[in-house]
Every structure is written in C-alpha cells, then in structure tokens.
Design a protein around this ligand. Structure first.
Ligand SMILES: Nc1ncnc2c1ncn2[C@@H]1O[C@H](COP(=O)(O)OP(=O)(O)OP(=O)(O)O)[C@@H](O)[C@H]1O
Ligand SMILES: [Mg+2]
Length: 262
C-alpha cells in the first residue's frame, strides 16, 4: 500500500466546479460550484445531503472518472483530474458481474489494477471469511442475499491496493436491521485491516450511519452542493450499534437533521 507522510492530506479538492450542459436552449445544471474539502489520512468522513446535490459526482471526480470544469482534485498530493486509479471506488450500485463467481468478483478490481488473478485470489481467500462470505466463493452473485452482495462489493473495493476508499451508499438498498449489522461490520474490518489505516469517504442518506461510522460528517446543501455543516464525531471506537440511543448521539443526530433541513 502506498504510504503517505504525516501531515499530508489524503484527499483535497478546492474550488471545484462541475456543470452539465443543458440540452438545446436549456440552462446548464451546476452540480458543484467552488466546492472545497480536505481530509486527513486514515480518517473516516461521511457525506450526507439531499438527493441530486452532487455527492456521487464528487466521488466520481475523485475516482478520476469525471473531469471538473474548474478547481483542483488531489489524492495523496497527486492530481487525479481525469486520471482513474488513485482511489478504490464502490459505485452507488454494486456492479457485480453476474457471470463471475463470488471469488472472481472479489478480485475484479485488483485485476483491473494490474495484479494477476492468482495473486489477487491468494489475498482474497482469507478475507472471504472475515467478510462473512466463507463457503460461498464458488457461488454466483444471483445466489447471494442483498447483504452478502454488498459485503462482496465492499471486499472487492478493499482488495484494490489504494489508500483511499470511496463508498457511495454501500448499504442504501438494505433493510434497517441488515444495514445496522453492516455498519458495525464495516467499522470492524476498517479498524482491523492490517497496514496503514485507509482513508474513507462514505456517502449516505442515513444520518445514524454517518454518526456511527464517521470521524466527521459533512452535510451538503441542495444542488449545487455546498457544505452547510461539518461535524466532528468524537465517540470512542469501536462504536457499538447501541450507541444510537446514547443521549450525546441523539443530540448530534438532531443537529445533523436540522442542518439537512429535515
Ligand atoms: N450524465 C449526466 N448528465 C446530466 N446531468 C447529470 C448526469 N449525471 C448526473 N447529473 C445530474 O447531476 C446532479 C448531481 O447528481 P449526483 O448523482 O451527484 O447526485 P447525488 O447527490 O449523488 O444524489 P443521490 O443522493 O440521489 O444519489 C443531479 O441533478 C443529476 O441529475
Ligand atoms: Mg448518488
């Protein structure tokens, strides 16, 4: 894994602007306008905001897949505008390939990143158990539950050799109980992973998820997304699911919902 010196920012965007041209005489849609955010290495940042405010757009810019119209976007100090590969990105939909078995789906991102399948499989096998996928490595994605599919999608992202993980609503499609389990599980695998702790940017609509997982929660406004609140979350880790009924947690949730205008 690429090391980053103490004090460098893992992710930094500044003055970011991105607009979609309108069709015919329609005005353009400004998604991000003068957007600035910096994130230290090894931190877990959650991004919440109304639908359409530009959360996925921000992650796609960092993934190098969307080139902004203005501003800078850096990962580990390097310019990532139009340069995919600096981050491990989990898109909003899991994008599992139905014709690849579980193990082969797990190694897909690492293979695309240039590792041999054998090497990627050797690394994936012991992790399957850790990700609750022991015994299903020969199954097809269609044979998995929704929670298993999401764990597989997260495992695939973890196996990409990158210090920065971009997770776009990884548990959005799951029922409340499964989602809660996934949240504590994600925290565990993130905390327990060997090597330097990875920097995570996680987009969610769920303010409890944001407070359970994040060191920091950034709240965006309606499009163009601007930061309307930036909250430090100080609860000790590992955070148990029961934290959601703690008075301090409930107070922070109320503050977040107020910032969201909910
Ligand atoms: N290819 C595209 N062409 C034109 N407009 C687009 C395109 N992709 C996204 N947009 C617009 O950009 C805006 C931001 O989209 P984005 O996907 O970043 O929102 P989001 O905050 O992730 O929303 P959600 O919470 O619903 O996932 C939306 O208004 C969307 O309609
Ligand atoms: Mg989105």
């Amino acid at each position: 894994m690429t090391g980053m010196g103490v004090g460098t920012t893992a992710v930094a965007v500044a003055g970011l602007r991105l607009a979609w041209a309108g069709e015919r005489a329609q005005p353009e849609t400004v998604v991000l306008d003068d957007f600035t955010l910096a994130v230290p290495p090894g931190s877990f940042t959650c991004i919440v905001g109304p639908s359409g405010c530009g959360k996925s757009t921000l992650l796609r810019v960092l993934a190098g897949l969307l080139v902004p119209d203005g501003g800078t976007a850096q990962v580990g100090g390097a310019d990532v505008r139009g340069r995919p590969g600096a981050c491990a990105w989990l898109p909003q939909r899991d994008n599992l390939l139905p014709w690849r078995r579980v193990l082969a789906n797990a190694t897909l991102g690492a293979e695309i990143g240039g590792r041999s399948r054998a090497e990627a499989e050797a690394e994936a096998r012991p992790l399957l158990e850790r990700f609750g996928l022991g015994g299903v490595e020969r199954s097809w994605p269609s044979q998995l539950s929704g929670g298993m599919r999401q764990r597989l999608a997260v495992l695939r992202t973890f196996l990409i050799d990158s210090p920065v993980l971009l997770l776009d609503e990884p548990f959005g499609a799951l029922d409340a109980l499964t989602r809660r389990r996934m949240q504590t599980w994600l925290q565990e695998v993130w905390l327990d992973a060997p090597g330097e702790r990875r920097t995570v940017l996680l987009v969610t609509h769920d303010v409890e998820e944001a407070l359970l997982l994040g060191d920091r929660v950034v709240v965006l406004s309606e499009r163009p997304g601007r930061i309307v609140a930036d909250i430090e979350v100080g609860f000790a880790r590992p955070r148990p699911a029961e934290l959601v009924s703690d008075a301090a947690f409930v107070a922070q949730r109320a503050a977040l919902l107020a910032a969201l205008g909910a």
